[in-house]
Design a protein around this ligand. Structure first.
Ligand SMILES: [Fe+2]
Ligand SMILES: [Fe+2]
Length: 263
């Protein structure tokens, strides 16, 4: 099964026209496609199924619950499979069944350990002010992000614990908008308190997925994580902002083979 992966297109300001990658069985949109949501229309009538995990910017300036309901309605209208703490199984042309487990994930701010959490959350307050979202009439602040992140983590942990392989699927692919490891930190900024707003430490979950796709960092990654005899490939194919040179390593036609991810 071959996946085309796009994220962080930021079509609210970027000029970019997505094109289907020949040979792809499906398209994964790993969030931050367009904070205005208009750019999502470009994927209407896409030739292969579209799996969409919302990014943080899909919530910009909105009430959290209204945005979530709106994204569900828009995904239904556009024919997307919305993976908002949800999973689905797709079957490729060879009859192989792949489970996709998707969650925005948000930040729990514990990537440097609980002792550093307060500092990480102070650094996050800037990003949350810029985001300007609300929940129940209150600012969607770092505390609210952490609450949502822990909810996502609970869900992911339970869903992934069903096994990388089971009677119902032959492989598992995790998709999150936020990164699952500090190894995905943006080398331009390194590891600082603000990095906890981008990366979580979900490495304990890696053995349950052969492939982990993410976005959010405006750089590209493709690395292997090995532990306890299990191997997980982590891939980020974010486009980011042209004015910052971020698309330099972005491959719009990249194909990821679930059963041979190095191919
Ligand atoms: Fe982004
Ligand atoms: Fe993001």
């Amino acid at each position: 099964m071959k996946i085309q992966l796009l994220s962080d297109l930021h079509l609210e300001t970027e000029v970019y026209v997505p094109e289907p990658a020949p040979g792809a069985d499906l398209l994964v949109l790993a969030g931050d496609v367009d904070s205005s949501w208009r750019g999502l229309q470009l994927f209407r009538d896409w030739p292969v199924p579209v799996l969409f995990v919302p990014g943080n910017h899909e919530y910009d300036g909105r009430d959290f619950e209204l945005a979530r309901a709106g994204l569900h309605a828009l995904a239904a209208e556009l024919g997307f499979v919305l993976l908002d703490n949800a999973s689905c199984v797709r079957i490729d042309g060879l009859g192989r069944r792949v489970r996709f487990v998707g969650s925005t994930r948000w930040s729990d701010f514990d990537v440097f350990g609980a002792k550093e959490r307060a500092r990480a959350m102070r650094a996050a307050s800037y990003f949350q002010r810029v985001m300007a979202a609300t929940r129940d009439g209150l600012p969607f602040d770092a505390e609210a992000v952490r609450t949502e992140a822990l909810r996502c983590l609970d869900w992911l942990t339970q869903e992934l614990a069903l096994g990388e392989v089971s009677d119902a699927w032959d492989a598992t692919v995790a998709i999150t908008h936020f990164a699952p490891s500090l190894r995905s930190a943006d080398p331009r900024y390194g590891k600082q308190p603000g990095t906890a707003s981008f990366c979580n430490d979900d490495e304990a979950l890696f053995s349950h997925a052969r492939l982990w796709l993410h976005g959010h960092l405006h750089c590209q990654h493709n690395y292997l994580f090995e532990r306890d005899g299990a191997t997980t490939r982590v891939i980020c194919n974010a486009r980011g902002h042209l004015r910052k040179g971020e698309p330099a390593g972005f491959d719009p036609q990249m194909l990821i083979d679930v059963f041979n991810p190095t191919a």
